[in-house]
Write a protein that binds this ligand. Structure first.
Ligand SMILES: [Mn+2]
Length: 197
């Protein structure tokens, strides 16, 4: 379902908890069509698409009558699977990307290695219970699930900031800008001394 020329992937992931449709274009215009049922998550994923230069469609119908956990986690897993598929054999990628992004008083740093090995270190320091309909614990969980499903190593740290909305939004924007750098097509085969990612 992925097209390595267009660097695009489309998939549907259905469980008893969520039903998600996702279309992702890596070399996009930042156009987002995101409807997860969680307003704050829509806001964050719209920012991720915009600042990552991605075209992203993500529609989720989830069991929000339970809580926001399954929806947040499964949206991240589906997006990660789409990213993995769109990257194909990962040949010609820059592979590494990092960014610092401020939002007023908040400052976030994100570092990607599209290594093929899933690993995440996430330190957001959020203090509120929730942001809109998204539990703060699920913000970190989102990044970890995204890293695992996309077979990437991702470090996200919010270095400072008083306002948790700012801290979370800066984290998503930094993740987006760093991802845009990492997915850049620079040519030269698979960027690994092992020859495979
Ligand atoms: Mn905002």
């Amino acid at each position: 379902m992925s097209d390595s020329t267009a660097r695009r992937a489309e998939l549907r992931r259905r469980t008893k908890e969520t039903d998600i449709e996702c279309a992702l274009t890596l070399d996009g215009s930042g156009a987002a069509d995101v409807r997860t049922g969680i307003g704050f998550l829509d806001h964050m994923l719209t920012a991720l698409a915009r600042h990552g230069g991605l075209d992203l469609k993500l529609h989720c119908t989830g069991d929000l009558e339970v809580d926001d956990h399954h929806t947040a986690e499964d949206c991240a897993l589906t997006l990660g699977m789409a990213l993995d598929a769109a990257l194909g054999d990962r040949a010609g990628l820059r592979r590494f990307g990092d960014a610092h992004v401020p939002l007023d008083e908040a400052l976030a740093r994100a570092v990607w290695d599209l290594s093929g090995r899933p690993y995440a270190v996430i330190d957001l320091g959020l203090r509120r219970e929730a942001l809109g309909g998204l539990a703060c614990e699920n913000v970190g969980h989102f990044f970890r699930s995204l890293a695992v499903a996309s077979r990437s190593c991702l470090h996200v740290d919010v270095l400072r900031g008083e306002n948790d909305h700012h801290r979370a939004e800066a984290a998503f924007k930094a993740t987006a800008v760093a991802l845009r750098a990492a997915i850049a097509h620079v040519g030269g085969g698979v960027p690994s001394t092992k020859g495979v990612l």
